[in-house]
Design a protein around this ligand. Structure first.
Ligand code: URA
Length: 309
């Protein structure tokens, strides 16, 4: 990997992509610890300054496949047998791949893991002096009343109390961040899906985004459960009644932090199960792997289209 030390003593300023943290400009060096990248060991503007799209997803292997797909689609395929370079190879927490103006980044599962990588990716973009970047989560979810394999573009997300904000304690106080979606971006993705893409169904809808896969999503099959089948069914029907079409664990935080930082984002998730029918993911691995490639196909096509290729 090409790296170049930057002189200590450099103070950051960026009119390109301001971040809502006044302390950043005071720092001489910034160590992005969880991705093993630092401003005094990496020449961030030359490594990442051209980035326009950051696609994030749970697993490193899926994001590596995505990076290979983007390389092919952008007309610069990897040599036979070669896997994409991981820019965060100095750690095994997260993986970062780059293909032209597209970063593919793994975020693990849930809010805590996503929060850490988002802080560091926002700062990577800031130190790299990137402009007009869009972040897209390509992931999986449970569906509500829609056929498994359907791709959902989130048009609004709500937390486990059905409110459209993310809350977390900071300095002993609850801080509330509104999850305000980028409606234009959502509509643009849907228009693209309808006109130019895809052999699979794509819908827009409301997403329930919670901190847990089992109790938080009203499943009966976790190790712990204090509610009845009827209570679960009533909750899922209530969700359906307010327009929720899928359930996952990251879109709320992504939308809230991107809104706070002034960065455009969207969430595109395939559904792996209809939660009105069952809790467990019973389809074959091969079927799920094919479904999981659907958000990647849609988003790769969208990026290609936006780049005029
Ligand atoms: N991811 C989730 O968070 N829930 C599901 O049901 C499937 C994938």
């Amino acid at each position: 990997m090409e790296t170049r030390a930057i002189q200590n003593g450099h103070k950051f300023s960026s009119d390109v992509m301001p971040l809502p943290n006044p302390h950043l400009v005071q720092m001489e060096t910034d160590i992005l610890y969880h991705i093993a990248i630092a401003t005094n060991t990496h020449d961030l503007p030359s490594l990442f300054g051209d980035v326009k799209f950051v696609c994030i997803g749970g697993q490193p292997s899926r994001m590596s496949r995505f990076a290979a797909m983007v390389s092919r689609e952008l007309g610069d395929p990897l040599p036979e047998g070669q896997t994409p370079q991981n820019y965060a190879a100095g750690t095994d927490r997260y993986a970062i791949y780059k293909t032209g103006p597209v970063l593919a980044v793994s975020h693990g599962i849930g809010f805590a893991s996503l929060s850490v990588i988002l802080h560091e990716i926002f700062k990577l973009l800031y130190h790299s002096r990137c402009k007009d970047v869009k972040i897209i989560r390509v992931g999986t979810s449970g569906g509500l009343g829609i056929k498994p394999g359907t791709v959902v573009i989130t048009k609004e997300c709500v937390n486990g109390m059905l409110n459209n904000y993310y809350e977390m304690p900071v300095l002993g106080k609850l801080v509330r961040r509104q999850a305000v979606p980028d409606v234009d971006f959502v509509n643009d993705l849907k228009r693209f899906a309808d006109k130019m893409c895809c052999s699979f169904p794509t819908v827009t809808g409301k997403t329930l985004s919670v901190e847990d896969f089992y109790e938080g999503q009203g499943r009966l099959d976790g190790a712990i459960c204090d509610y009845t089948q009827d209570e679960k069914t009533a909750f899922l029907k209530r969700l359906s009644g307010i327009g929720v079409v899928n359930i996952e664990m990251e879109s709320l935080l992504l939308t809230a932090l991107c809104h706070k930082a002034g960065i455009s984002c969207a969430t595109v998730c395939v559904t792996l199960v209809d939660r009105l029918e069952e809790d467990q993911l019973t389809n074959s691995r091969e079927t799920m792997v094919e479904w999981q490639s659907r958000p990647l196909t849609l988003v790769t096509g969208y990026i290609k289209h936006k780049l005029g290729l």
